[in-house]
Design a protein. Structure first.
Length: 315
């Protein structure tokens, strides 16, 4: 993009500095100079090593594990930038943690997604840029602008280039039908739905498959793969009911607990994810393909800084 605008700066915390560096590279910039240190008692200190006075500052920090640590880093970074007279502080949160706690599902449940939104606003953030929120209504938890980006087109393009035949796009639950329909429309493919019952958190039981999948190449699409229980059980159910082969894709590879071993041992042919979250260095799974969202986020930052439409990215 040939950036030379000194009023635009990109900073990062510790959650995904590699993605932040890629974004800065796409904007032909260097990351802002800062350091994050911890005192012996675990408290976080952030030091800004360059002036940000009057600048549009974008802070890249997904709230990935350890979520509480990364949220605290972001809050302190915002405070530091505001006290250093930044013109605006824009939070780039590719993965918004606590998004699955978006409503009271049971009596006396907290709505933690709203609590996190409150914390970010009170810290002084002026805008949030995020991707594929688990629940779209979380945008309304903020009283500041939220730019909601989508990973679906990037994942879809990858599968288009594979030239798979006789494809069916599968939603792993009823709540993901809209997401699956979007990919199916771009691929010119039908959709199927897995009717799922979840007796407890991180426990899924596959009940039924709605739609024709026999002899077809199934692409399961979700926003998050966490413990990989849902996606691997779903893949097995699809194969048991006659699917030719099964792929899976998601925007956010949380991949906690037994996820990696489950994916490696599953019937899935390939698992396509993005780099909204940094995969641990010791992640070894031959089935995982990682796509970068850096150019998409960089383009969104460019448009926001220049007061242009972000929605045009997805027209």
């Amino acid at each position: 993009m040939g950036y030379r605008d000194r009023k635009l700066k990109i900073f990062t915390c510790n959650a995904n500095p590699k993605l932040a560096a890629e974004i800065a590279h796409h904007l032909d910039m260097k990351l802002g100079n800062s350091s994050i240190v911890r005192f012996s008692d675990g408290e976080v200190r952030i030091k800004l090593d360059e002036s940000v006075r009057g600048c549009d500052v974008f802070v890249v920090q997904p709230t990935s594990a350890p979520a509480n640590e990364h949220i605290m880093e972001m809050l302190i970074m915002v405070d530091a930038l505001k006290r250093a007279s930044a013109g605006s502080v824009n939070l780039v949160i590719p993965y918004y943690g606590y998004a699955r706690q978006d409503r009271k599902a049971r009596p006396r449940d907290p709505i933690t997604a709203k609590l996190v939104a409150n914390l970010l606003q009170v810290s002084g953030a002026d805008r949030v840029i995020t991707m594929d929120l688990h629940a779209g209504q979380i945008q309304g938890f903020f009283d500041i602008p939220v730019d909601h980006l989508f990973g679906g087109p990037l994942l879809t393009k990858y599968f288009q280039e594979k030239n798979l035949s006789n494809v069916v796009v599968v939603s792993p639950d009823v709540g993901g039908v809209t997401r699956a329909s979007g990919m199916a429309e771009r691929l010119g493919a039908p959709i199927a739905i897995i009717d799922k019952r979840r007796p407890d958190a991180n426990v899924a039981e596959i009940m039924n498959i709605i739609g024709s999948i026999e002899g077809k190449t199934a692409i399961m699409v979700d926003d998050i793969i966490d413990t990989a229980g849902t996606i691997t059980l779903g893949a097995q159910a699809l194969m048991d009911r006659g699917a030719k082969e099964v792929y899976a894709c998601c925007t956010h590879p949380v991949l906690s607990g037994p996820a990696i071993s489950r994916l490696e041992q599953s019937v899935l042919k390939e698992v396509v994810v993005t780099n909204t979250l940094a995969l641990p260095a010791d992640t070894k799974c031959s089935k995982i393909t990682v796509l970068s969202v850096a150019s998409l986020i960089a383009e969104a930052i460019d448009r926001i800084h220049n007061e242009e439409s972000v929605s045009k990215l997805f027209d």
